[in-house]
Design a protein around this ligand. Sequence first.
Ligand code: ZN
Length: 118
Amino acid sequence: MAPLPVYRRKDGSLRVNHRRIAKPEAHGGCKWLSDCPIFGGPRLSITSNTKSGPVIRVYHVDAWPYGWNLWYVTRGRFVSYFVRRQSGFPCDCPDSRSRAGRCKHSRALRAALATLPH
Ligand SMILES: [Zn+2]
């Protein structure tokens, strides 16, 4: 997470701004990939447009009756987010809290699921 902004007052003392400004909503694209050859199951590629350019992350998607687990492994670390199967598709990632549940996982998964036959 980015460091908190620090300001210098006129008297020279420092003030830390603990209020985080919500970032604009994530924009990007998503597409389904073929099933994972190692773990099996569908994979979803999510592209985020960041300040330093587009970033692509491939998530494994495990469907559960109450939601979807999106996960990946990076540098030996297991990262997983859970998007609940309910109105608004709320996600439990840190980004989701500052965007009222509308993070890239929630938005991308909702868009990707809409492309599937019912
Ligand atoms: Zn999320």
